[in-house]
Ligand binder design. Structure first.
Ligand code: OAD
Length: 250
């Protein structure tokens, strides 16, 4: 058997019949592009020190200007990499299934750059920074050197959701709606440990969908009769799954 073992055949048969698919992604889908994940691998972003400084609003404000520079470097880092075979397969899926919604926890915009049209960003993005005082937006590429808003002098911060902050309510409710009506949810490259985003696959299961988990590491993933683990890297498993489900379209 090839990547992901015998479950891949079963998953392909189910996917071929699906009318509505949600692709729920996390940092692992971008790992093969060279973007570090948060909790896995030697270069995981959330070391205790980074969590303290950059993952919550108080730490961010206390550690200026370093925290601003850290996000600027991340924004520039994700601009300098390319979508990988996993992102491309997800974009291709939208040509094959009537409704495909990408619900991502990622902030790197790689799904959009791969050609996915409908992308719900649950944790914001690294395209712009925002003034915490006057709400002005500035693209990271043209952002000032300091975290100081040129309009009002307020503090510039990344347009990402930090710990203890709410998810964008419209994005979250749209994601819940799509998860509740999909036939298949593909969970790709996420530890499925960070709530409330990690509710999304659980909502799909509660409403009778199949959930396929694409990940080289199944530790801590939801277990359920309708969960199919597809063990392996996104850039290998996803193209193989689509080729099996739609052999004539590869
Ligand atoms: P994590 O770093 O927690 O998990 C990454 C997952 O990707 C792990 O389960 C890895 O096994 C898996 N993985 C690694 N390489 C892979 C590959 N090539 N193909 C498929 N899977 C692979 O990242 P997330 O689950 O995305 O939130 O983390 C969720 C949220 O926690 C992030 O959005 C971020 C973080 O705090 C905020 O910053 C608000």
């Amino acid at each position: 058997m090839s990547v992901a073992g015998e479950n891949l055949e079963r998953a392909a048969t189910i996917l071929r019949r699906a009318r509505s698919v949600v692709v729920f992604t996390g940092a692992g889908v971008s790992a093969e592009s060279g973007v570090p994940t948060y909790r896995s691998g030697a270069d995981g972003l959330w070391s205790v020190q980074n969590m303290e400084r950059y993952a919550n609003p108080d730490g961010y404000a206390r550690h200026l200007p370093d925290s601003f520079a850290w996000y600027r470097a991340r924004a520039s880092g994700v601009r300098s990499v390319e979508p990988n075979a996993g992102h491309v397969a997800i974009a291709r899926l939208a040509q094959l299934v009537p409704r495909v919604t990408v619900v991502t926890q990622n902030i790197d915009s790689l799904h959009q750059r791969a050609g996915s049209a409908e992308v719900i960003e649950l944790h914001g993005h690294l395209r712009t920074a925002r003034c915490a005082q006057c709400d002005a937006r500035v693209e990271w590429q043209g952002a000032p050197d300091s975290a100081c808003c040129v309009d009002c002098g307020g503090m510039l911060r990344p347009e990402v959701v930090m710990f203890r902050e709410m998810l964008p309510p419209e994005a979250y409710s749209m994601a819940v709606e799509r998860a509740a009506e999909c036939d298949v949810l593909l969970s790709v490259g996420t530890s499925n440990q960070v709530f409330p985003a990690a509710e999304i696959p659980r909502i799909a299961l509660e409403h009778g969908a199949w959930v396929f988990i694409v990940n080289p590491d199944m530790e801590g993933q939801p277990l359920h009769i309708r969960v199919l683990p597809l063990r392996g890297r996104a850039g290998e498993v996803l193209p193989a799954l689509l080729d099996l489900a739609w052999p004539a379209t590869g």
